[in-house]
Design a protein around this ligand. Sequence first.
Ligand code: SAM
Length: 476
Amino acid sequence: MTFHQPRRRGGPKKSGPPRGRTEAPRRPPELDPARVAALETLRAVRERDAYANLVLPKLLRERKITGRDAALATELGYGTSRAQGLLDAVLAACADRPLSEVDGRVLDVLRLGAYQLLRTRIPAHAAVASSVDMVRVEAGGGAGGFANAVLRKVAQQDEQAWVEQLAPPADTDPIGNLALRTAHPKWIAQSFADALGGARAELADALAADDARPGVHLLARPGEISADELAAITGGDVAPYSPYGVHLESGDPGELDPVRQHLAAVQDEGSQLVAVALSRVPLTGSDQRWLDLCAGPGGKANLLGSLVAIEGGTLDAVEQAEHRAKLVRQATEGLPVTVHVGDGRDSGLPEGSFDRVLVDAPCTGLGALRRRPEARWRRKPEDVGGLTKIQRELLRAAMTLVRPGGVVGYVVCSPHLSETVGIAVDTARRSKAEVLDAREYFPGVPDLGDGPYVQLWPHRHGTDAMFCALFRRPEE
Ligand SMILES: C[S@@+](CC[C@H](N)C(=O)[O-])C[C@H]1O[C@@H](n2cnc3c(N)ncnc32)[C@H](O)[C@@H]1O
């Protein structure tokens, strides 16, 4: 059974509200469309490895869920996904069996219920009763009784008290403590700490920024519309750092006329900044052939293609996955961009022939966790090794494709040192490339550290945590 058409049952609710919290409702609340959409999102993420930020908006559109209901579904669906590790720790403390023995469909509801109890102002009785109803519809009365018992225990204290009870002690395990507090896996909190160099207060800010709802960032396509014009049309604000950026508080950017007309696109300001930095490095000699070696789905190819078009040049864009190459073609329509489907490590493109090369390598994506609710629980530390191998190989290929005197930008959306400084230092050592001080090409952006690499951060810059290293191939 799905939750599309919830069964309604009459009669008084057998189980009362959590003691000491609120008044008893007369009858169980109906399964409202917002909670159902949030729950189905959780299930799609768990069962199909789906992406919450693709599933939920589609459900809302299909079911015509708008306004306050859409906001509630988004808060519950994304919030529960983000907080999963913390919620599971609390649920495990309240259940009479290991969570691994709980039916996945029931666990989804328990997580949704626990999220409402701990991280929203939804009254406890509504959170518990609606969850129990959902479990009964899905898994029967026995499971409903189990859910009721577990969630009543969850409701006995607030998030803060649960964290005090369950988190490792801050004095002996400060990272573990902070990780549970901010609902991050410890290895990710540790990787942030490593990248920040051990400043504990800043680590808390960095982890907290991952939970803040990100605004919408737009790219005003160079040569098509200015950031000022785009801001005026959309009611947004000109971005603080990117000359092509506009920020909106919220909303569906797909509904905006400039986006529909292909004058603007959705792109995080950090992504804009790293692409623009590559374009800003001065070159002697030709500057007509640019290359994007990992182009899908085409955000930076769109920006670089627009910039090189103004100079009368061209961009080659390589993407391994056919379906993502198609997205690059769509994103760069009308621009002097040639899309190649293939492996950037062995592209067959002529060596030593490109003036600027971008390697926006596949990575853990730990720098964009705020935009991908479930990603922090899906990613595993063992993913890093395989990714760094590909990153190193792609960057090595870029060093042969760029012409002598040309420039290569290495970019990842991650602050993990193995993917960032580790790759950059290793490449500099092996390739004899000149390492440029990337900070020079981020004018006006504060708090960029000691260089020569640039690491952007949500809590410092309001951008995704993009990393950028710039290299110049020596003249021969
Ligand atoms: C971080 S994303 C690039 C994002 C893109 N530059 C943008 O701004 O929209 C990395 C891309 O590299 C692609 N990729 C992975 N391995 C590759 C390889 N060996 N050669 C080329 N592309 C690869 C992935 O399919 C993915 O689309």
